[in-house]
Write a protein that binds this ligand. Structure first.
Ligand SMILES: [Zn+2]
Length: 495
């Protein structure tokens, strides 16, 4: 029996851990580089050797401030580092330096855009959503356990402490999400915002953005929260969304059949498309938090906060809204073009070079350029076709010098060779034929060669019009201006 999902309300809260893009770790000078030999980037501080003392990396505070402001949080002028005590092999000190009751920033209000999706995952009807961010605090990362070999045969576990001490911003929301797609849109928003302000690479594949979801359900109208489950091992935003959906269905089915849920941590298994229990949480962990005695309170001045605010670029949300107003783009197009900052800059430069043809430029970037960039795995600022050159191409098409179809080939060649649009048009002799006399001559040739089709067309088979257009375009080797071909052909066939 399918659960009666419309009688239930889903409650989701999210925790995101984002690695701040510093060169060195949070409390020592070791490199944060990804992919080095295991344990190459370690020292007494991040190995947790007795007597080694932490020294705060101020760059991490600056990036943390940018992240906090980009997400609408309030920065506290005084915050306290605290020890979070727990035992785990990848945590050599036996505690993690984090922040607890006096975090770096708190009380955020953030507006994101969100949409429900159909079965195929297509979004419809984007609408704004306001959510509350409880806090963003600074903390160090733990190391990593690496398991190799086959279980019970030659299974070994190794510890790599390169990640130990890498600076993280932990971002915690209130339980404000009511669907997995809202959670999905939020994490994508955070990812984009952090990249945008340069606070984090926010690359989930490299593990420098990780998320966890707290999920519960309750009957509509109830005010108490139901039993919640914490989901981990969510290696992509899409996996998170699927894991949440799976859990919601499992909760409703369990409750409707009279079962009981336990508060626990569950892992997403992408291969089986299901969650499974990791450990149960009878009570909240007792981490025995206390203020870190080796570090002074973290104090930032109002000037520091003001400077950080002034250094922030125009954020993706406001920029997308401006694109819809200023360039007449749909919201979907504007969000795609503000998916990262280099692409948004590229678009605005290209519009200028095209002579202000904002919509055509948007279309060329979305339908043609992005595909080439994706295939070459390049960001817009590394595009072999400079923004000014793409604008020049849009202008050539707009002025009728070449057709849109020719433009596509030209763009591919521009991308491959780095040559300008006008150089390629000249080399290939691509100038579009708009001379009506020349086009009429080709039309006569085509009509003379197709008496049967002409007869059928005149006796009512109007779908053959496309056949004639195709023949004329073919005979002109694609150079005829299709708009003029259409016009002249219609006139001629009416005669
Ligand atoms: Zn170190």
């Amino acid at each position: 029996m399918k659960p009666e999902t419309d009688k239930w309300e889903t409650i989701i809260g999210l925790e995101v851990h984002a690695q701040l893009s510093t060169e060195s770790k949070l409390f020592c000078g070791c490199s944060t580089r990804f992919g080095d030999e295991p344990n190459a980037n370690t020292c007494p501080v991040c190995l947790g050797l007795p007597g080694a003392l932490p020294v705060l990396n101020w760059r991490a505070v600056e990036l943390g401030a940018r992240a906090a402001l980009a997400l609408g949080l309030h920065i506290n002028e005084l915050s306290i580092f605290a020890r979070k005590n727990y035992f785990y092999p990848d945590l050599p000190k036996g505690y993690q330096i984090s922040q607890y009751d006096q975090p770096f920033s708190a009380n955020g209000t953030l507006e994101i855009m969100t949409a429900d999706r159909d079965e195929a995952g297509h979004a419809h009807e984007w609408r704004p959503m306001i959510l509350r961010i409880t806090r963003l605090h600074l903390e160090e990362d733990a190391g990593k356990n690496v398991h190799e070999g086959l279980p019970d045969v030659d299974r070994y576990s190794y510890i790599d402490l390169n990640r130990s001490g890498v600076p993280l911003a932990e971002i915690v929301t209130e339980p404000d999400f009511r669907s997995s797609w809202q959670a999905y849109d939020y994490v994508n928003h955070v990812r984009r915002a952090l990249q945008w302000v340069g606070a984090s690479d926010a690359d989930m594949e490299k593990g420098n953005l990780r998320c966890e979801a707290n999920v519960s359900v309750r009957r509509k109208g109830e005010t108490q929260f139901g039993t919640k489950v914490e989901l981990k091992n969510l290696n992509s935003v899409r996996f998170m969304q699927k894991a949440v959906d799976f859990e919601v269905e499992r909760h409703i089915e369990t409750l409707e059949s009279g079962g009981r849920l336990v508060q626990e941590t569950r892992l997403w298994d992408e291969r089986l498309s299901e969650t499974r229990p990791m450990r149960s949480k009878e009570e909240a962990h007792d981490y025995r938090y206390f203020p870190e005695p080796d570090l002074p309170p973290l104090v930032v001045t109002p000037e520091f906060i003001e400077d950080a605010r002034e250094l922030l670029p125009e954020l993706p949300g406001p920029r997308a809204k401006r694109f819809t107003r200023q360039y007449g783009l749909s919201f979907t197009d504007a969000s795609q073009l503000t998916a990262d900052r280099s692409l948004a800059d590229y678009y605005e430069n290209a519009v200028e070079a095209s002579g202000g043809n904002a919509r055509a430029t948007a279309n060329w970037i979305r339908s043609e350029l992005l595909r080439e960039l994706e295939n070459a795995e390049l960001a817009a600022d590394k595009s072999p076709v400079a923004a000014a050159e793409l604008g020049a191409l849009v202008r050539l098409i707009d002025e009728g010098t070449i057709s849109g179809k020719q433009g596509k080939d030209v763009l591919v060649e521009m991308f491959g060779t780095g040559k300008s649009a006008s150089a390629i048009v000249q080399e290939r002799g691509l100038i579009q034929v708009s001379d009506t006399g020349e086009i009429d001559r080709v039309i006569e040739e085509v009509i003379a060669a197709s008496p049967k089709q002409l007869e059928q067309y005149r006796t009512g088979k109007e779908s053959l019009f496309g056949f004639f257009v195709g023949q004329v375009m073919k005979a002109s080797k694609g150079k005829a201006n299709p708009k003029i071909v259409n016009e002249r052909l219609r006139q001629r066939l009416r005669a």
